[in-house]
Design a protein around this ligand. Structure first.
Ligand SMILES: O=C(O)CCC(=O)C(=O)O
Length: 301
């Protein structure tokens, strides 16, 4: 049965979520984000996309060459360069498909530079306050052509629940992205629901599909360089890539300089264990690179 909460969520159109990088009013954009838990900024990463796209394809080649050295883990298989593979669908050219590509700030200069894109940093600072750090070192989800994996609807807070507001995610399209090749879907207003119970799915922690069907989410189509900002508790996900080309996205995450993970997990079993350690979590050893402001002595934790 669909979750009762769905009825209470605002019905929102793309136009209500959308602003344009060329004419960005960060105060207005931050208001949209706070109201709906999601915001689309058209063209924000346009200047970086070609270079990041080239680095992504180099990381894909590298990962495929390393595939025979992959080791099995509970979430799938990882190659030595850090790419996570999942089982491939039937009739795929291999038995494994790429899910999370091993490209990050320590391997791609363009990716790292784009995390400091000035309008992006103004915007996340309007949302989070004056002192902002990077959370993690960038992520790329890559859907291979002709069947590339779905990412079931979920809240990122199931993977990294935070002490305070949690990270603002910025997911960026590298290719024209639509409902056929894996557009991001968001459930607007769901950031107000708290952290929901997740179950184990093909794409790791996800929401029960009966309770949260795809129809409860708004697909966001876009062009290379469009950015989608979303709250750590906003329900989101994306379906398979049925097109003939790959569908990569690159993701930055920003958080208050004093924020930190209290529960980190990838599956229900390690989440249940992490829950028991919640009170012991500390800022210590969780300091990201500062993108705005200053980390004072007290907030060093
Ligand atoms: O690849 C996608 O479209 C989904 C990304 C996502 O859901 C996530 O990183 O949490």
């Amino acid at each position: 049965m669909p979750a009762a909460e769905i009825q209470q969520l605002p019905k929102v159109s793309i136009e209500q979520l959308e602003v344009f990088a060329d004419d960005l009013d960060v105060v207005k954009a931050a208001q949209i984000y706070k109201e709906y838990g999601a915001l689309v900024v058209r063209g924000l990463m346009k200047a970086y996309v070609a270079e990041i796209g080239r680095d992504i394809e180099a990381a894909v080649q590298e990962s495929l060459e390393l595939l025979d050295q992959a080791t099995q883990i509970p979430e799938g298989w990882t190659t030595p360069n850090g790419t996570l593979f999942l089982p491939a669908p039937k009739n795929f050219k291999r038995d494994k498909q790429i899910m999370v590509l091993g490209i990050r700030y320590t391997t791609s200069a363009a990716f790292f530079r784009s995390a400091f894109e000035p309008k992006t940093v103004d915007l996340v600072s309007a949302i989070l306050g004056p002192n902002v750090e990077l959370f993690l070192d960038g992520q790329c989800l890559y859907k291979e052509p002709v069947g590339g994996h779905p990412k079931h609807l979920h809240q990122d807070a199931a993977y990294f629940e935070h002490k305070f507001e949690g990270p603002v995610g910025s997911l960026n399209y590298v290719v024209a992205t639509n409902v056929n090749n894996g557009a991001l879907h968001v459930v607007t207003g769901s950031h107000r629901l708290g952290v929901l119970n997740h179950v184990d799915t093909f794409s790791h922690l996800g929401l029960d599909e009966q309770a949260w069907p795809w129809e409860s989410a708004l697909p966001i189509c876009g062009q290379p360089g469009d950015s989608i900002f979303f709250n750590v508790k906003t329900i989101h996900g994306s379906k398979e890539n049925h097109s003939n080309g790959p569908r990569p996205v690159f993701i930055h995450r920003y958080r208050r300089a004093d924020d930190y993970v209290v529960v980190g997990a990838t599956r229900t079993d390690n989440r249940a264990e992490a829950e028991k350690q919640r009170e012991k979590a500390k800022k210590e050893n969780q300091r990201g690179l500062m993108v705005r402001g200053f980390r004072s002595f007290e907030t060093r934790g």
